[in-house]
Write a protein that binds this ligand. Structure first.
Ligand code: ATP
Ligand code: MG
Length: 638
């Protein structure tokens, strides 16, 4: 198994390339399967095939998805289709299905779940998909060596059996009702064969989207784009270049010979089986330009008002789509991207308004960055350049901190505190510094004691902190670039600022190694073990009971701590072996762009590299919860 490349190592490798095109080719090399991984997958497929053939005569196991579509990423899941068509026919052709099949099936384990009974127990023609999947799961569990965590997921859009290969940790799905996916997999393959720019461009866009938490939720589902949808978007973009890099699906259909015409589940999936009849593209744009143009085009795109059609290679106005035969079945939303074959399927129907908006904003920010020399040229001074900066999470924050970044601004300013508290603070010497410390201890209290998060103040100079802080600093410098500095001429300073300056002529910094000269900062490394952000309202109601308990008033931090404890207990006694989420929080003071008060604390969250998407849900909860809870604690503790 190849070692996963750390983000830092990837950045270093990319920075050494000569230009953006070379960076993009390198990206593919870094992510694609090694020889060993490809061999392992082939072996697994062969093993599955042998076992299933024994139990389901005539069956075939066919890989699809990223293992074979040309967009393989080391460690990606193994999607398998179990084709039972021939088994069904076989079963139907035998008068009494049980007997002839029993003869065919060797029985390595004659007791309990006898394989002899497997097909005699079920009539494949009338069985429901979950019933067949249960059977597939039994075979997997009992008869495929080295496979564990077998689980039927019957209610997904495409029901599957999930499994994990013990030794390699490889995860996979088996579906039985997904012929269209085999065909769209072949279509993606054909696109990668058509033009060599397709793969690097898709890898770059996928990685960028993952880093920005726009795609690829590792827990599945949710409002993010999936990799298939994102890939189609890149292919569509390539169809719309002038001259086009890729042909439209309608054009591919025209090039298809009669005997290659293919219809799956009633949908026309015809395209040539190889490239022999395809004209090469006359488009000569390089990868660097294409990527920049991708962002430019989709930064200005109105996803909600049209349907992106790969079949036509153009956006279709919605009124026309709705009137068409498939219109009534299409699930329209803020992001409309029509499957190239199953025309009544919007592959981005799960994307919500917030994600669609973030996608657009992130494209705009990326397009802006791509216009800079930092993108286009290798740094001669050893600074990060090209794709590396583009892949940093949260690059769109400068434009829209609230909509895209993992930053929470606490509404607390000195002026917002009660007069009494301000007085206490001012007596303590350096008012700003004390106030910052006070707020930080409240932040730590809320994270640790209220939300049961492990939270360690980061050691100065640790590598991880250093990296994170630099990044945070870059983002915040961007945010503040246009903001008026509180001490600049013409700014009306508040009483508190005057007061603070008088009491502390030379403000000391809390941390001398970090952040901007005018601010203070604090960093924590955190780990969440329980999903305390889910179902709080219900638990809160249960805890408070019919008679509100005055000791545990609604909204009190004490009650909130109990809610977290109850949720943790519900999740089971033993802690999971690994934390669900790991992240860093940087608290810092910064200039308040409203100018009315010079101190405002922002919290910048940095999830562990592979958790950007999973972190979103928790972050969303924190946005609502944290500011109120911290404020409550600051006020009550002074
Ligand atoms: P990865 O597993 O790396 O995320 P993938 O392409 O394998 O990429 P999966 O979500 O595993 O993505 O889906 C496997 C395949 O199923 C896809 O390649 C595609 O053929 C098909 N597929 C996935 N999502 C959809 C969808 N929304 N509509 C139609 N087909 C889909
Ligand atoms: Mg997959």
């Amino acid at each position: 198994k190849r070692e996963q490349l750390s983000p830092k190592k990837l950045a270093q490798e990319l920075c050494q390339a000569d230009d953006v095109d070379a960076q993009m080719s390198l990206l593919v090399q870094q992510f694609e399967f090694s020889e060993g991984e490809r061999r392992l997958r082939d072996l697994l497929v062969t093993l599955f095939q042998e076992v299933f053939l024994e139990f389901f005569p005539g069956s075939a196991i066919l890989p699809f998805g990223s293992s074979v579509n040309g967009f393989d990423v080391s460690g990606c899941d193994l999607d398998l289709f179990l084709d039972l068509e021939k088994t069904k026919k076989f079963q139907a052709s035998t008068k009494s299905p049980a007997e002839p099949l029993a003869e065919d099936v060797a029985s390595p384990e004659p007791d309990s779940h006898s394989e002899d009974s497997i097909l005699s127990d079920i009539d494949l023609a009338s069985a429901t998909t979950p019933e067949v999947l249960e059977l597939v799961a039994t075979v997997l569990q009992k008869c495929v060596p080295g496979v564990h965590h077998v689980q039927v997921v019957p209610n997904a859009r495409r029901p599957v059996v999930k499994f994990c290969h013990k030794e390699s940790g490889l995860r996979g799905d088996i579906s039985i009702d997904n012929k269209l996916a085999l065909r769209n997999t072949r279509f993606l393959q054909l696109c990668t064969e058509t033009d060599e720019r397709v793969r690097p461009l898709v890898y770059a866009v996928r990685h960028w989207a993952k880093q920005q938490a726009l795609a690829g939720n590792p827990f599945g589902g949710g409002p993010l784009l999936n990799n298939y949808a994102l890939t189609l978007l890149v292919l569509f973009f390539l169809q719309t270049r002038n001259p086009p890099v890729l042909p439209t699906v309608a054009r591919l259909k025209e090039l298809t010979e009669n005997e290659e015409q293919t219809v799956v589940d009633g949908w026309d999936c015809s395209f040539p089986k190889d490239l022999t009849r395809l004209e090469p593209s006359s488009n000569t744009e390089n990868l660097c330009t294409l990527l920049a143009e991708f962002f430019h085009v989709f930064g200005d795109y109105n996803f909600a008002s049209c349907m992106i059609s790969l079949r036509e290679g153009q956006p279709l106005p919605l009124p026309g789509v709705l009137e068409s035969t498939v219109g009534s079945k299409l699930k329209l939303g803020p992001f409309n991207l029509q499957d190239p074959f199953e025309l009544s399927h919007n592959v981005a129907a799960n994307v919500n308004e917030k994600t669609a908006l973030r996608f657009q904003r992130c494209c705009q920010a990326a397009a802006k960055y791509c216009r800079s020399l930092q993108y286009q040229r290798k740094s001669s001074k050893g600074k990060i350049w090209g794709l590396v900066r583009l892949f940093q999470p949260g690059t769109a924050e400068a434009e829209t901190p609230a909509a895209t970044g993992l930053v929470i601004s606490l509404p607390l300013t000195l002026a917002s505190l009660p007069a009494q508290t301000r007085k206490q603070l001012s007596q303590a010497g350096n008012m700003h510094q004390c106030w910052f410390q006070k707020v930080c201890s409240s932040i730590a209290f809320v994270l640790k004691d209220v939300l049961r998060c492990d939270c360690l103040e980061a050691q100065e100079g640790s590598e991880r902190e250093g990296e994170a802080v630099t990044e945070c600093k870059q983002r915040e410098q961007q945010t503040e670039a246009d903001a008026e500095q509180p001490s600049s001429a013409g700014h009306k300073r508040s009483l508190d600022e005057e007061e603070a300056d008088l009491s502390s002529p030379a403000p000391k910094r809390l941390r001398t190694d970090t952040l901007s000269p005018e601010g203070e900062s604090m960093t924590w490394n955190c780990a969440m073990w329980r999903r305390v952000w889910l179902g709080r309202r219900r638990v809160r109601r249960q805890l408070r009971g019919p008679q509100p308990n005055s000791q545990c008033a609604a909204g009190s931090l004490e009650l909130e701590a109990k809610v977290s404890e109850a949720i943790s207990q519900q999740e089971g006694e033993a802690r999971p072996t690994d934390p669900l989420l790991q992240f860093t929080v940087h608290a810092r003071t910064g200039a308040d762009s409203s100018g009315e008060q010079g101190m405002r604390i922002s919290l910048c969250f940095e999830p562990a590299p592979e958790q950007a998407a999973a972190f979103q849900e928790f972050f969303h909860f924190l946005q609502g919860f944290l500011p109120r809870a911290v404020e409550q604690h600051v006020v009550s503790a002074t």
